[in-house]
Design a protein around this ligand. Structure first.
Ligand code: ADP
Ligand code: GN1
Ligand code: MG
Length: 358
């Protein structure tokens, strides 16, 4: 979807930016779901304008209420969070034609990175996730809606994957036969967390659910994690999904779209500081079962992303933004390589978790 600068400025003028008005708008970030712009104003205040992906998040009202509720809670606990700029008539979003926009204060003096081997940044990210989970430990979960039902329900994701294979593009299916066969072998190995949540021995927590590295903001100078952003998937779920998703992403320094699979692996030198950072807080509030399953969570999420990317490829790319034809297939192959490498390093991963959860 293309917008002219005039059109974007017109949209922004519907938000209450205090005594500022927008002067410049440029694209921002590498998200796969929403469309994001950076907004300059005539004052020192900067904003972020986002077009909400309503195919993925159809209930904008619920979505924005979740974000507003959780951000307020984090601010109450003295943390920095997304700061929503409401519309001139006090709403959390602005409807323009059939499109929904929102605006946040731009969090200045921060960077977001797609990958890094700066171990201080990695440890800070892990530690921040622990702090985030801890801060939301006593939140009223009834105030939080499911913005995407069964978002990290891996067994349900698997059912969808089987359906994607059965109903998908035949040519693409032939092309991905080896990958499909590999992934199918995990069908009965993805139930651990959902079973625990259902039976109650894994606690339901308010979690972020999309903890890949570029959803953290870091202070440009101190490298400390300032906050998490991208709150669309904040829901009641398991902390294991957050830890698993973060590690399957950041320990693969080459990134999710790397096509040279020799460069794709699960880097334990990155896993260790993230796990150390997370567990410094996590050992205070996680239960025994959660700690026991932390090593498995990275594999679980690599498999989940593999079936999501490949399923989307077989369905002709209806969900994830792509930049070229086979990108979702490449992403799936990439995640499969990560999963295989995690399996080969299971013992070392367990040792790291043991070391820092004492
Ligand atoms: P998506 O859901 O598409 O991933 P995000 O909400 O993660 O969208 O935003 C995309 C990118 O925009 C982020 O990775 C970050 O670089 C930047 N960004 C988003 N919100 C802010 C903010 N409030 N302050 C600073 N940068 C932001
Ligand atoms: C999407 O929105 P973004 O780009 O941060 C996706 C995540 C995936 C990720 C893979 C709502 O995250 O679940 O892990 O892509 N978000 C949604 O890069 O589906
Ligand atoms: Mg994002």
């Amino acid at each position: 979807m293309e917008f002219t600068k005039e059109e974007l400025l017109e949209i922004v003028s519907n938000f209450n930016l205090g005594d500022s008005h927008a002067t410049e708008i440029v694209p921002l970030g590498n998200g796969l779901i929403n469309v994001t712009w950076y907004v300059e104003t005539n004052t020192h205040r900067k904003y972020v304008l986002q077009l909400i992906n309503t195919t993925v998040f159809p209930n904008v009202e619920q979505l924005m209420n979740n974000i507003s509720y959780v951000s307020d809670m984090l601010y109450e606990k003295g943390m920095i969070s997304l700061n929503i700029a409401r519309t001139n008539d006090g709403k959390l979003y602005f409807k323009y034609k059939d499109l929904y926009f929102r605006t946040y204060r731009y969090i200045s003096d921060t960077i977001s990175v797609d990958s890094t081997d700066d171990l201080a940044i990695i440890e800070a990210a892990g530690n921040y996730l622990g702090q985030f989970h801890m801060a939301l430990n006593d939140i009223d979960v009834t105030k939080i809606s499911d913005t995407i039902k069964d978002f990290h329900n891996t067994p349900k994701r698997f059912e969808k994957f089987i359906n994607d294979v059965e109903t998908g593009n035949k040519e693409r299916m032939q092309e991905a036969k080896e990958e499909i066969d590999f992934l199918m072998s995990f069908k009965d190995k993805v139930n651990e967390v959902e079973k625990g949540l259902k039976e109650g021995y894994i606690p339901k927590r308010v979690t972020h659910n999309d903890t890949k590295l570029n959803n953290y903001l870091f202070n440009t100078i101190t490298k400390k994690a300032v906050c998490l952003i991208d709150f669309d998937t904040i829901m009641v779920s398991s902390a294991l999904y957050d830890f698993g998703d973060a590690t399957r992403y950041l320990c693969n320094k080459a990134g999710e779209s790397e096509t040279d699979l020799d460069k794709v692996y699960f880097d334990l030198n990155l896993y260790e500081p993230y796990a150390r950072g997370y567990l410094e807080k996590g050992k205070i509030f996680l239960n025994k079962k959660e700690i026991e399953l932390l090593p498995y969570s990275s594999l679980l999420m690599a498999i989940e992303l593999s079936i999501r990317f490949l399923g989307d490829y077989l369905q002709n790319d209806v969900y994830f933004k792509i930049r070229y034809e086979k990108e979702n297939l490449d992403r799936a192959r990439n995640q499969i390589k990560v999963a295989k490498d995690i399996i080969s390093k299971t013992d070392q991963i367990k040792n790291i978790v043991n070391k820092y959860s004492k």
